[in-house]
Design a binder for this molecule. Structure first.
Ligand code: SAM
Length: 292
């Protein structure tokens, strides 16, 4: 086994050797604690037949732990300055491909087909750049990739919103957008001290496992998300008021909104934050003929 990249001393050595300076704008907070890395990887339940997709390898701290546990690792890195570093630090591993790309612009499905032929169990495992956590997750979910799920580090506040249950102040359209696709749990919370440089916010590792079937069947998934976003525009307003202002031509179709709420068995005076994903599904289907 090679010496870990992610110790404070080795990380400092690597940064110094390449004269690397962190870019805050790219969310560069590198992990410097091998125990945390082992823990993150253990939550992904990888086997020697698994594939791992990583977003943002940095200097390879997590990548090398993935390379030790999986058959194949593919990492997307936006920062060109890190490419020679990774070539050096990951040279002991012959099962890693680094792709120089913004993950938001990458054709990840094609990369999986090209780089992981025959691999059936694939997980996304990453210490995400915090400035784009939600767009990255939504992109990878909307891409309908052939993956089992995600184990991803993010700011704790976003992890709380993603895993929130109805009736809590964290519950909102993000909770529903993600819980529609996956079962979401916080696997562990992580102190600031394991990063270099230390971030300003607390962090958590989220485990997201794709549902076999969505928790509610709807006529049109995109329209479900239109309805949920409209329902949370102003959290203090009732669902009836929010739908009037949030749906296209909602004010002109107040009666249709009332009828749809009644058909879905939802009191117009309730607030969006009290509705379960199943109730949103029924409501979206009842609104669909008029507003979609
Ligand atoms: N995995 C490393 C670790 O844990 O030490 C680095 C994690 S650091 C929080 C985030 C990494 O994502 C950085 O290497 C950064 O350059 C990269 N990154 C930022 N935005 C990106 C994007 N849009 N696409 C791909 N990589 C990105």
């Amino acid at each position: 086994m090679h010496k870990d990249i992610a110790t404070p001393i080795r990380t400092q050595e690597i940064l110094k050797k390449y004269g690397f300076s962190f870019k805050k704008s790219l969310g560069q907070n590198f992990l410097i604690d091998p125990n945390i890395l082992r823990n993150i990887v253990s939550h992904a339940d990888l086997t020697e037949n698994s594939g791992a997709i990583e977003v943002g390898p940095g200097i390879g701290a997590l990548t090398e732990h993935l390379a030790r546990s999986a058959k194949k690792v593919v990492s997307f890195e936006i920062d060109q300055r890190l490419l020679p570093v990774l070539e050096d630090t990951l040279s002991p591993y012959n099962n890693v491909s680094i792709i120089h790309s913004d993950i938001l612009k990458a054709d990840v499905a094609k990369v999986i087909a090209d780089e992981m032929p025959g691999i059936e169990d694939i997980m996304v495992v990453a210490n995400l750049p915090y400035y784009v956590t939600t767009p990255i997750l939504m992109k990878l979910l909307n891409d309908r990739l052939p993956i089992r799920g995600f184990v991803v580090m993010m700011q704790k506040e976003v992890a709380d919103r993603i895993t929130a249950k109805p009736g809590t102040k964290e519950y909102g359209s993000l909770s529903i957008a993600i819980q529609y696709y996956v079962k979401a749990d916080i696997a562990m919370t992580v102190p600031k001290t394991v990063f270099m440089p230390q971030p300003n916010v607390d962090s958590a590792v989220l485990r997201l496992i794709k549902h076999d079937e969505p928790p509610v069947k709807v006529i049109d998934e995109d329209f479900l998300f239109v309805v949920t976003r409209a329902s949370f525009v102003q959290r203090r307003k009732t669902i009836y008021n929010n739908l009037q202002s949030g749906l296209p031509n909602g004010k002109a179709h107040k009666d249709s909104i009332l009828e749809a709420l009644e058909a879905a068995n939802i009191e117009p005076t309730r607030r969006g934050e009290t509705l379960s994903i199943q109730e949103f599904g029924k409501l979206a289907d009842a609104l669909y003929p008029v507003f979609a």
